[in-house]
Write a protein that binds this ligand. Structure first.
Ligand SMILES: C[S@@+](CC[C@H](N)C(=O)[O-])C[C@H]1O[C@@H](n2cnc3c(N)ncnc32)[C@H](O)[C@@H]1O
Length: 206
């Protein structure tokens, strides 16, 4: 079966059937990242895989300008409804980044990178880093091998499993985080309990 990136219909179907499937409250990782961005005077951010925008509002409430990238048109329509029409969201796959020449003070990427293949993950991190202004911050929230769902489904490659309805998920530990992010200014890894166990990864560009 095609993975969900070769098959954008996967997400289109999910959002048109289940609508705001994670509710409208921001994830804990978004709250923690808002605090970090505010403390560090971040003024504009990019959210790849913004979904229907549940994590955008708390940044905007703190005068942080938000732009997004999202593969599902239905999710973009919902995001515009919840956040007002005045937010730029590029329609397409992050695998086709960059979508603009903008430099951002921050990038917040929640629960997206672990859906990608190894090559796609590598490109995403590098593309995000390239769109960071000097002194900017990358924050990625990724699923952990400590999550209850780790090891369930069909093993595709090391630590990557095909789960419900064809989603392919790569589970991280500290070693794989260091392997993928070290060359991009990795400075902090925190464990966060969302609906599953996550890591919050912070990098900076000097
Ligand atoms: C697990 S959801 C997380 C959504 C959002 N970050 C949130 O927490 O509400 C993954 C999101 O990434 C989007 N997505 C998946 N693959 C993508 C890709 N290759 N390019 C852009 N967006 C993608 C999905 O449509 C979905 O909105």
């Amino acid at each position: 079966m095609a993975n969900n990136n070769e098959n954008p219909e996967f997400w289109e179907r999910a959002f048109s059937e289940k609508q705001e499937m994670w509710g409208l409250e921001p994830a804990l990782s978004a709250v923690l990242s808002r605090d970090f961005f505010v403390k560090n005077s971040v003024k504009n951010i990019l959210i790849p895989g913004i979904g229907y925008g549940r994590n955008a509002q708390i940044f905007r409430e703190n005068r942080i300008e938000v732009a997004g990238i999202e593969i599902s048109k239905s999710a973009i329509e919902m995001a515009k409804k919840h956040n007002g029409g005045n937010m730029v969201i590029h329609h397409g796959s992050v695998t086709d980044m960059p979508f603009d020449q903008q430099q951002y003070d921050g990038i917040f990427c929640y629960a997206l990178i672990h859906l990608l293949s190894g090559d796609e993950r590598k490109k995403l991190i590098s593309d995000c880093y390239n769109q960071l202004s000097k002194g900017g911050y990358l924050i990625f929230a990724v699923i952990s091998k400590k999550a209850g769902s780790y090891g369930k489904g069909k093993l595709i490659s090391d630590d990557r499993y095909e789960m419900f309805e064809g989603a392919q998920v790569y589970f991280y530990d500290e070693e794989s985080i260091k392997a993928e992010f070290s060359e991009y200014g990795l400075f902090e890894i925190t464990e966060v309990e969302e609906n599953q166990s996550f890591y919050l990864i912070k990098c900076s560009k000097n």
